[in-house]
Each structure stands twice: as C-alpha cells, then as structure tokens.
Write a protein that binds this ligand. Sequence first.
Ligand SMILES: [Zn+2]
Length: 243
Amino acid sequence: MHERPTDQREYRNRLAQSADTGAIMKVDSRSFKKKCVVVAAALGAVLTASSVLIGTDAANEDQRRAPGGEVRRVSGDRIKLKDGRDIEFAAIRLPFEHEPYADKARHTLEKWVNDEGVRLAFDDEWGINDDRLLAYVYANDTFINERLVRAGLAFVKLRAGNRKYEAVLLKAQAEAREERNGMWTLLKATSGVPFVGDEERATFHRPECAKRPGESKAEIQLKGSAEALERGMAPCGKCRPMD
Ligand SMILES: [Zn+2]
C-alpha cells in the first residue's frame, strides 16, 4: 500500500492522512476516545470498505472497538496500547517464558511494533471485553501474526472463530519449519508418536498430561506432532510434547 518514507515525521503525517484510506490509523492517546467517535463517524464508509479484510458483517463491531492505536509497550505475548487496551494475537501463540525463543520472540515483536501505530482486524472470536482484544495486528502494513509465524517465533493456534487466515498462517508455519527459522532450529516435529489433540483449545498433549481434555470432550488422537502442527494446534506448555 504505502512505502515507508525515510523521514520519520513525514511518515507520521502520512499515517494521520492515511486514516481515510483505511491504512494504519495513528491517534493521540490522550484524546483517543473522543477522536474515536469523530473518526468512527467520519470513516463509517471507509470501515465498511476496509472490511475486505475483516468481513462486512464485522464492520460495525470493528467500528465500535476502533481499528487501531498507538503502542505503549510489548508485555510478554501482548501489545499494550496507549489507550489502555491489551491486544492478544489471534490464531497464533508466542513461546511461553520457559520455552525456546521466548525472549527472542518478545524482543523481535518489540522491534516490529515499537513506536508504530497498529491497525487491528478481527475474526468471529475477538476477545474477552473492550479492553482485552484478540486481533490480527498490522504494523507498517505488515501482517504481524503471519510474520511471527514465518520467522519461527510463534505457533499457529487455530481455535473455532479464529480461522479466517488458516491457510495463510499454516503456509507460513510450514515454510518456517522447512527453512528452520527461529524455534524450528531446535524443535523437530515427529510422526508415529501418539499425542492427543484438544480441538476446542487448539493444543496438543502427551497422553499422560493432566491438561488433556479427556474422553468427554472433543479430543482427537494424533499420530505425531507434525500432524498436530499441520492441523493448527500448538503444543501444551505443561507436558511440552515438542521437547
Ligand atoms: Zn499437556
């Protein structure tokens, strides 16, 4: 869409101007809510247009949640926006603290979104409340969820309601594994070792794990971690089936 100018000030100006093209919207956090109302009213039509990404039916919901904001900091696997909202990444999971590449993932994410306005897009399942959202994040016109997966810094985690970019994310993960990017330099997927998958939470476990869903729930048998990854399931942080 837009090429990033080298001059930072010009870039910020263009960010502000680009609001009416549906690109990254950057706002002053102090007056964020007030501006939101104005911007949302002014951009109703544009938001509908930008629903190429988010689906027409979701446009009203996105308008209510506001499409973006300025990043205050990265906290673990979340982005905290200056307006107080916490953004979690939809359809992926970053490594937990005790897992390989956890620090690398966090620092890389900081680099990618630091000092940038982020634009958010939503799936059918979009979070817990207005301040804690599950989103597809775009910074500087880059789809960060996909970029993290492609760099081997996040697992794909496809729960129901978070499957809009299933094909894109699974392809990115397959390439990351193939190219041994990031954590895939250390992790090797297996086939022929039985695991159990939790389709509701999109995680997979060792058979002896206490966190497996159990027979009463939607549990599926898997032939190995490779199958689990290809189905968009991420490894359980407790039984660590990739270790
Ligand atoms: Zn487990």
